[in-house]
Design a protein around this ligand. Structure first.
Ligand code: HEM
Length: 388
């Protein structure tokens, strides 16, 4: 397997990782990324196959499980019940319960509320240049997920702060103070949710948390810890990725002066510039894949941003083509961990982008946008625009 070196923190790479992906893909479907000391899959076929291969998964093999430091006890206790970090049978049970509550009826019923929210935010846009991420993209997902779950919109700022602190744990370089912040946020988040869960047990309403509790009462044994972890996962996973999908999408649309948003256009926007680029899998048994041998305990990274620009699958892959048809992109993953929130994320993007373009026909970039210095979350640090 060819070995390639690329610092994941080099500014030119973070701003535009796609030329490196092209170079890596030319080396074969898998290459060894020196800085991560890990095999990485780059072609659409390889990423898709690995994400679907049940001989690999997200759950850490027992013998590789790290010792949990006392100062991160709450954070890891929460992760231990997160479906994203589990494999069958625990994953199947948790995911089944969430899917039963997260119905397309419940998601689609949110459309009028999302539109009303977007109108309200657009009405508040100032005259001069402003950051569209702060004023719009960061607001929509957290408020929508809070409403879906039946949590008060007035606590959106707290949810954002807790979510940001917890997501800090996934950064390549994390410090002790980031760990302490994540632990404190987890504790505060759990305490906050415990109050609402207790309230919804007494007075169920038409929301996702009540529905998850009901599923528990039907003998499905969803413990309070699992309930809290699931709510936190939905809030965290549902927020950051959608914020950056919206930001990256507005950047692409404005750079191409494209203002018509339909379903295929939303898919093309996520294909071209997805917010999450790297997901890893643990190997559970000795195996051979694409001509390379792996042993139990190895890790393989799937580079979603590279797979989405594979020229074997997408002709002229770096071009934004809102009429593009073809195989599904991998921006929402594939296999048993395929994004649970994809229907909601698609609806939010469709509503938020089309309303923005319709209500602000003169929307224009006020400054060349830059991506933030984080490889794992490929999103803009600011999106300065003029709306009027
Ligand atoms: C999983 C992307 C929005 C909830 C995933 C995965 C990806 C992804 C790539 C798979 C991870 C893996 O295979 O290791 C995205 C993108 C989004 C988005 C690009 C926005 C455009 C959302 C929303 C929610 C959500 C809005 C919830 C409200 C989840 C959950 C999982 C997941 C719960 C774990 C599923 C499992 O482990 O079975 N997402 N996501 N996501 N996503 Fe999303």
């Amino acid at each position: 397997m060819q070995e390639l070196s690329q610092s994941p923190t080099e500014p030119a790479f973070v701003q535009n990782p796609y030329p490196f992906y092209d170079r890596a893909r030319a080396a074969g479907p898998l290459f060894r990324w020196s800085e991560y000391d890990m095999a990485c899959a780059t072609s659409h076929a390889a990423v898709s196959a690995i994400l679907r291969d049940r001989r690999m998964g997200r759950e850490v093999p027992l013998e590789r499980a790290p010792e949990i430091p006392q100062h991160l006890a709450a954070f890891y206790a929460c992760e231990a019940h997160s479906m994203l970090e589990l494999e069958p049978p625990a994953h199947t049970r948790l995911r089944g319960l969430v899917l039963r509550a997260f119905t397309s009826r419940r998601v689609n019923a949110l459309a009028p509320e999302i539109e009303a929210l977007c109108h309200r935010l657009i009405d508040g846009f100032p005259q001069g240049p402003f950051d569209l991420l702060d004023a719009y993209a960061r607001q929509v997902p957290v408020i929508v997920i809070a409403r879906l779950m039946g949590l008060p919109e007035s606590r959106a700022d707290d949810l954002l702060a807790w979510s940001n602190a917890m997501v800090g744990m996934y950064q390549a370089k994390r410090t002790r103070s980031m760990e302490d912040a994540a632990e404190m946020a987890t504790q505060a988040f759990c305490d906050f949710l415990a109050v609402y869960i207790a309230e919804k047990r007494r007075n169920p309403a038409d929301d996702l948390i009540s529905e998850l509790i009901a599923a528990e009462q039907e003998g499905e044994k969803l413990s309070t810890e699992e309930l809290v972890s699931t709510c936190i996962l939905l809030l965290n996973a549902g927020h950051e990725a959608t914020v950056h999908s919206l930001g990256n999408a507005v950047r692409t649309l404005l750079m191409h002066d494209h203002r018509e948003i339909d379903g295929p256009c939303v898919e093309e926007l996520v294909r071209l510039d997805p917010p999450l680029h790297m997901f890893t899998r643990w190997v559970y048994e000795d195996l051979e894949i694409f001509g390379h041998r792996f042993s139990r305990g190895d890790r393989i990274a799937c580079l979603l941003g590279a797979a989405n620009r594979d020229p074997e699958v997408y002709p002229d892959p770096h071009r934004f083509d809102p009429t593009r048809r073809g195989p599904a992109h991998l921006g929402f993953g594939a296999g048993i961990h395929f994004c649970v929130g994809a229907p909601l994320a698609r609806l939010e993007m469709q509503c938020a982008l089309s309303l923005l373009m319709r209500q602000c026909p003169d929307l224009a970039l006020a400054k060349e946008p830059r991506y933030s210095d984080l490889y794992h979350f490929h999103g803009l640090e600011r999106l300065m625009v003029r709306a009027f």
